[in-house]
Design a protein around this ligand. Structure first.
Ligand code: NSS
Length: 435
């Protein structure tokens, strides 16, 4: 029986030679010899090599029965061993198998072969060192977003997921069967509700899922993604971009501080991340079009940037960049026109470097009632769908701005992943709703 307290493996690795310790976790690797069994055991904090010797026949036999991913409790004496991961080995004198795992379906060859298989067994793949590292970086990113906004005096708010109108255009709306009503959808963005909330709280943010019926499978689109959105009263585009770059620099700093080991496991080149200091370059949409034309893209003023264009553009930068002043037709109806050039909007996207592209979309909102109504009509939308949103412009309307950060895309870039599906524990796309 184990009589001392279980410790996390990461704490055990800070203990001293000769100390008696107890751990519990899962068998990660196993090697059998005539007189001993090596078990590398993992828990949420790390891995520890454990050796079980035949001089204790009972536990030696148990160790032989342990399969990969079996759950196990062990107690023993910690010995220095430069060959073991972490520099220590546990010389085991007590072992209890909690559950003997069936043959684990994820073998090394399965990992090397096909990612679709790994998606089908995501419920098991989640425990891999790679996914564990990604999830820890993701955790730090969520924590850093909350910390940043709270330090800046923002209130955290919550918006509904069932809504009655599109924020970002009807093409990607998910209709829901809501007690036979015809006008209920999953939200594409909490923005309009945040715009309501600034009238009581001025500076608000939320972290919530957003839903988009994205019909194509790409490396950077999910149908359900995590969205950090902020809305600020009395604020223009310039201050908004400063807020956004401060947020991203803060998050990257936190990840470097807390998750260097995990970035190592992911083979992430951290020199780029270490270089992420504000201010970020700001390029006008007009400049970007001519840069892309020089690169040979068949693009003209008025076209939106796709992932190929954003990739080519951001490969040249070692920091995130802003692209501001998109044409009216590229952006949703609520974007405020630039007073000196009404054909462009006071909008800005932030694009992550190294080819990753858009992680943030935001800008100034139309605060004038007439301008908003005429934009709704111009975009061919039904004004009745936006009644309460328009109403905000009748009662003490103020200039305001906001943005939305795609957290999964940020995780993807910070971890250096090839596909957004890797950045989320249970990705949803046009084909995947299981597990
Ligand atoms: O469509 S956005 O550009 N902007 C909005 O939704 C605004 N209403 C946000 C706001 O101002 N409050 O989306 C914002 C970000 C975008 O830059 C991406 O990083 C991410 O949300 N995004 C996505 N991530 C993953 N998958 C999909 N399908 C997706 N769509 C947007």
């Amino acid at each position: 029986m184990i009589i001392i307290e279980f410790q996390a493996i990461s704490d055990v690795l800070k203990s001293r030679e000769g100390e008696k310790v107890a751990i519990r976790g899962w068998v990660y690797r196993k090697r059998e010899f005539k007189d001993k069994v090596f078990l590398v055991v993992r828990d949420s904090s790390g891995v520890l090599q454990c050796v079980v010797r035949d001089k204790f026949p009972k536990i030696f036999n148990s160790a032989k029965k342990a399969t990969i991913e079996s759950s196990i409790e062990l107690e023993g004496i910690l010995r220095k061993d430069p060959r073991a991961p972490g520099g220590y080995e546990l010389d085991v004198n007590y072992l209890k198998l909690i559950h003997i795992a069936e043959p684990f379906p994820i073998t090394k060859s399965a990992v090397d072969a096909a990612s679709d298989f790994l998606l089908d067994v995501r419920h098991l793949w989640i425990r891999s060192r790679r996914m564990t590292a990604i999830l820890k970086v993701r955790d730090t990113i969520f924590k850093a977003i909350h910390e940043f906004f709270r330090k800046r005096g923002f209130y955290e708010v919550q918006a509904p997921m069932f809504v009655t109108a599109a924020v970002e255009g009807g093409a990607t709306l998910f209709k829901v069967d809501y007690f036979n009503r015809k006008d209920v959808y999953l939200t594409q963005s909490s923005q309009f509700y945040l715009e309501v909330l600034i009238y009581s709280l001025e500076k608000v943010y939320t972290i919530a899922p957003s839903f988009r019926a994205e019909k194509s499978r790409t490396r950077r689109h999910l149908t359900e993604f995590w969205h950090a959105e902020a809305e600020v009263a009395w604020t223009g585009l310039d201050d908004l971009m400063r807020l956004e770059e401060d947020l991203i620099a803060y998050i990257v700093d936190k990840v470097l501080e807390e998750r260097s080991e995990e970035l190592g496991i992911l083979n992430r080149n951290t020199s780029i991340l270490e270089n992420i200091k504000t201010p970020f370059p700001r390029l006008s949409y007009d400049e970007v079009i001519s840069i892309l034309q020089d690169k040979g893209f068949n693009i003209k003023w008025g076209d939106d940037l796709g992932s190929d264009e954003e990739r080519a553009l951001t490969l040249d930068f070692d920091k995130p960049i802003f692209v501001y002043g998109y044409p009216e037709a590229c952006k949703a109806f609520y974007h405020k026109p630039m007073p000196s050039r009404p054909e462009v909007t006071l909008s800005a996207d932030m694009l992550a470097p190294e080819g990753y592209g858009e992680v943030i979309g935001g800008g100034e909102r139309i605060e004038d009632l007439e301008v908003l109504i005429s934009k709704i009509n111009k975009f061919g939308l039904n004004p009745d769908d936006y009644k309460w949103y328009v109403d905000l412009r009748r009662y003490g309307s103020v200039p305001h701005s906001g943005f939305g950060l795609g957290i999964d895309r940020l995780v993807m870039w910070i971890c250096g992943l090839n596909h957004i599906r890797e950045a989320v524990p249970f990705p949803r796309d046009i084909r995947k709703v299981y597990p």
